[in-house]
Ligand binder design. Sequence first.
Ligand code: AMP
Length: 482
Amino acid sequence: MTNENKPEQNGFAALGITGALLKAANAAGFTDPKPIQTQAIPPQLEGRDIFGIAQTGSGKTAAFALPILSKIIGLGTKRRPKTARALILAPTRELAVQIEDTIKLLAKGAHISTALVLGGVSRYSQVKKIAPGVDILIATPGRLTDLVREGDLILADTKWLVLDEGDRMLDMGFINDVKRIAKATAPDRQTALFSATLPNEIAELAKGLLKDPVRIEVAPQSTTAAEIVQSVVLARTKQKRQVLSKMLADEAMRSVIVFSRTKHGADRVTKDLARDGFNAAVIHGNKSQNARQKALNDFRDGSVRILVATDIAARGIDVPGISHVVNFDLPDEAESYVHRIGRTGRNGKDGIAITLCDPSENGKLRQVERIIRMRLPVIADHLGSPDPQRDPREKTERHFEPANDREHHGGRRDGRRPGSGNNGKKRFGAKPAGESVFSGKPGGERPGAAKPNGERKPDGAKRFRGNNKRRFGGKRPANRAA
Ligand code: AMP
């Protein structure tokens, strides 16, 4: 057939996706490929390895899943017991569940078997599910290492390997597990590594695991023009409960994640909200997998509008339509702030982020402002400062030069630091002081506003580091996070 006689193809068909997969993708509303899909699908169909710098929200799940599904559908061979044809490693249980959901959606009608191997839930049912062999196994590294060590899973037949959110696996101390797992898979496997950021260790990992990879980089702002409007409410720790409840009384706060630095704090906030008449779900590392999943499902389907979460539990969660992020306290590591507020402003929708700041947290707030390169406007002050027009933090501000064009709460109308060029860095919108940030359409049409700059080293990174000594033959530490 000449080119003129070929039926015109668009969308995923033009990338090489056909038959049941194409139908399922279209039925799921995936008609126009996202940039990462356009770049990653054709080379993977050709058998190439992929090194993708992309975040959750970019569409990377379908970018790696569709080629793998397409290849597995094309196989004529039978599965062998206790094996997985493809293995997808994710740092957290929630992300693994999300990946399986997407794969099931895309594989509808294609007779593909999937299984999850996660910490925190019954091993028995997992072992039973993989006993006859599965097409696609989605796993967190800790539990998977256990199953391999105990002979319940054989990886020698695994010809497709995906490492998702590589930088988080690194932060959580999984890197050596990941290397051992990769080594146990088929030597002629095809591999895809995705990471939101590119620390040296990830570049090294890529060198070790990928063969002549196609490198793909997707900047978040190229896929969305969403803006996250950020602001600060000054309140003493003991006032925060009342401030939060008052805020939440505004129904414009449709779907809210409240972040707490600690698990204990998350429980306390949830209890206080209940006492104040708000039904909130809570998600943190001490909750069972079932409780975490239920909290997430209730939040996702809208049966609760408030989710209280710790940083680690919230990693990788992609719940569309979160209207507000409230930081009940500031995170220990400034980078976690970027990660937290990135839960809103997804899929091209605007979002609002409000941070409650006690005077003892001013140092942390300054760190945050330093990394986002922006002064956050104070929209309410419960500290009883003599001049409510004046931001009490100004007295201690050193790192921002005095500027001529400051408005009364500091910073330019767009919240950007005076005189700062773009420098290739992504920026965030900030609502000018005086406007209500609790209601109405967030953001407005401010040009140049952008989504957060990657979910870099998340909170807790240091705590999870250094737990790398396990071998398939070794004993697993009991306090593994995922
Ligand atoms: P991911 O980065 O894989 O978590 O995807 C982010 C969100 O985008 C998910 O809610 C997907 O369902 C959605 N998505 C991915 N690809 C497409 C597409 N081509 N068209 C529409 N939605 C998509």
